[in-house]
Every structure is written in C-alpha cells, then in structure tokens.
Ligand binder design. Structure first.
Ligand code: ACO
Length: 356
C-alpha cells in the first residue's frame, strides 16, 4: 500500500512582535478584551513577503526530512496573501530554494488552505503522480490590517509552516479527510482590495471584513461536525485521538469545538496566544511546534480541523510515522530586520488612519 507520510516539518515566524498593548495605541481596544474574547496576546508582523517566509519554513522542513530541494517534484503553497497574483508564490519559493525538479502552484482556501493542499498532495502521491511534495501554509495578513476596524485588526498575524510528504510503504498517513465549501455566504468574511473587483477606480482599499459572531458559530459547527465525520470515515473512536490540531482563529472557537467533540482539552494543541490567526499557516506552525515539544509520539493519531473564508472547511485524520525527530537541521533564516511592528504598520495607518 502506497501511503504519504510526513517526513519533515518547519516553520518561520518573523521577528517583529505586535502586542495587545501596542494595539491599544492604534485602536479602541484593550488587552483584557482581546485576551478574554480571543486568547491572543501577541502576533508577528512581517518585514518580508509570503514567499520569503515560505522559503525559510520549507528549508527547515526539507532538512528535517533529510532531503534537498531538488528531491521535490511538487510544491503546493496554501495562501490568500501571495506576493503577487502572477507568478504564484509557490513558483517564487521554487526559485528561492532551488527546487528545479518541482512543479509549483498556490492553493487558496483561506484558513482551510493547508488542509486542502495536504489532501491534494496525499492524493497525488497515492495515485503515483508525485513522490515528494512540499506543502506550505503561509500568510502576510498584516498587509490588510485596518486599525479603524477593531473587530478584525486585533485577530491576525503573519507566519509560515511547511511539511514534506513522501511516498512510503509505512502504514499510516492521511487515514481520512473531508473538504467543504459554501460560496453563497462568502461575503460574511472577505478581503477587499485584493483582486480585480472595483480596481479600475481603486475603490476598495485593502481590508478584512468579517461578521464575527456569525463566522464564529459556523466555524464551531463546521469544524466539529467535519471532525466527527472524518473520525467515522477513519474508523477511529474519540479515545484513540492523541491530538487535535485545530485552526487557530479564536481560543473560544477551539474550546467550543473540543466541547462539541467531547474531547479532553489536554489533547488539543493551542498556540494562538503567540501568533493570532495566521490563516493557512496556523496548522503547519502548530504541527511543527507540537512535534518539537514532544506532543506527537510515533504512530500518533492526529485530527486536523479548519474553517475559513469562502466559506471553506476541512478536517483530516493523520496517523504519524515512526520518526519524530529531524534527520538534519537547517540554518535558514529571514534577512535581518530591526524594524518594530509599529514601524512596519506605518503604511496601513497612512492608508486607513488609526481607530482612536
Ligand atoms: N476591543 C474591544 N471591544 C471590541 C473589539 C475589540 N478589539 N472588537 C469588538 N469589540 C466590541 C464590539 O464593538 C461589541 O461591542 P457592543 O456590544 O458595544 O456592540 C462587543 O465587543 C462584542 O462584539 P462581538 O463581535 O459580538 O464579539 P465576539 O465575542 O463575537 O468576538 C470575534 C468577536 C473575536 C471577531 C469573534 O466573533 C470571532 O472570533 N469570530 C470568528 C473569527 C474566525 O473564525 N474567522 C475565521 C477564520 S478567518 C479567515 O478565514 C481569514
């Protein structure tokens, strides 16, 4: 049986930290509201683009897998904040890491994008269309932050995570997945000024619009129900789940999803306090940290669940292989920067103004 196993993992978060106290200087909010309503304490603001964050995460994932970039035959980059519409950020990563034998493309399913890309990679490998696939989730959502909109500007941050998926005879891999979309409700969560609509007059400035409470309810239902269905598809009982790694949008969404599944919070991975919502990057960053922190044992059953703009949702059951330590490490890092988060956000403030 040809399976696809995760053999490498890596992340890249930019150095500039935007704290809740910093946000108090930009909009009408406070640390107490953000902490209790979202679980977020700080997030990262990037001085580089999505392809740069991705290339560093990718090099760490390749080193962990003991591979070089030329070993790859496919790169899938899940993002909704690519450097440009064309070329894709995935092809920019291909050039940056020297993956000369790989085809490359972006996947946009907003916050669910990494699980969409992981599922495509798994199916490509099982069908024999690829041997070694790099799957990245990366975002620079800070570009769209509008500090006159306090209900969204406190939520998002930048970062990247990556995994290497390899064809293997080892048992395990993606036991089941489920992907879903509902485009009829897309306006409840959207990024304006990011495409062609309205652009002859440049009437739509960059910004994130969201009907928060509605999205909240839909996220809990979709992530909980999709997780229940993939567990049934995989033939796994709840007590066989070692770790749930959910999309990190709001700690209250994560808690409510775990309650809906009747899953012990000790078996849920949460790192939203440090990074906020990095959309497609949350799950691969969380997975990398979970491996590094020893939260994943050989043969562990991991459930992933995500919900995001589109709407899109996804859940997957993945059984880890035998190796939980990297084969080698990489010294790859971002170009140095001493700019503070507030300095990096000056263009946003110039465009929209402050919220106070
Ligand atoms: N600071 C202080 N007060 C605030 C803030 C803020 N940053 N933001 C909103 N408030 C106020 C509101 O104005 C409102 O005040 P009012 O009662 O006087 O009118 C009050 O807080 C409650 O507002 P709600 O929007 O009802 O707050 P809620 O508890 O729902 O939290 C939040 C809002 C955090 C946005 C939540 O709804 C949420 O997390 N939604 C889902 C986000 C998500 O999952 N997104 C999906 C992925 S994103 C993607 O795909 C790109």
């Amino acid at each position: 049986m040809r399976n696809a196993m995760i053999t490498g993992w890596g992340k890249c978060v930019p150095p500039a930290v935007l704290s809740n106290a910093d946000l108090e200087t930009l909009t009408d909010t406070n640390d107490e509201w953000i902490t209790t309503r979202t679980g977020i304490k700080e997030r990262r603001i990037s001085h580089v683009e999505v392809s740069d964050l991705s290339a560093v995460a990718a090099q760490h994932a390749l080193a962990a897998a003991g591979l070089t970039a030329t070993d790859l035959d496919l790169i899938l980059l899940a993002t909704c904040t690519a450097d440009r519409a064309v070329p894709s950020a995935a092809t920019m990563v291909q050039a940056k890491i020297g993956a000369t034998n790989a085809a490359a493309m972006d996947v946009n399913a907003a916050c669910s994008g990494f699980l969409f890309a992981l599922s495509v990679a798994d199916q490509m490998i099982r069908a024999g269309g690829a041997q070694r696939v790099l799957v990245i989730g990366a975002e620079k959502l800070s570009f769209f932050l509008d500090f006159t909109n306090r209900s969204t500007c406190v939520l998002f941050g930048d970062g990247a995570g990556a995994v290497v998926l390899e064809a293997s005879d080892e048992s395990g891999g993606l036991l089941a997945f489920e992907l879903g979309s509902d485009g009829t409700a897309g306006d409840l969560l959207c990024i304006t000024g990011s495409g062609t609509e309205g652009n002859p007059m440049r009437t739509l400035p960059p910004g994130i619009l969201m009907e928060g409470p509605d999205v909240f309810r839909r996220a809990v239902t979709a992530m909980g129900d999709a997780s229940t269905r993939v567990l049934a598809k995989a033939g796994l009982a709840l007590d066989e789940v070692d770790l749930l790694i959910p999309h990190q949008a709001n700690v209250r969404i994560i808690d409510a999803t775990a309650r809906r599944l009747s899953l012990d919070p000790a078996r849920v991975f949460v790192n939203i306090a440090s990074y906020g919502n990095t959309s497609a990057a949350t799950i691969p960053i969380a997975l990398t940290e979970a491996v590094e922190e020893g939260r994943i044992r050989p043969g562990a059953n991991i459930v992933f669940a995500a919900f995001g703009g589109g709407f899109t949702w996804a859940a997957a059951v993945f059984r880890w292989g035998s190796r939980t330590t990297p084969i080698t490490t990489s010294a790859a890092q971002l170009p140095p920067s001493t700019a503070t988060a507030l300095e990096l956000l000056a263009p946003n403030i110039a465009l929209h103004g402050k919220g106070i």
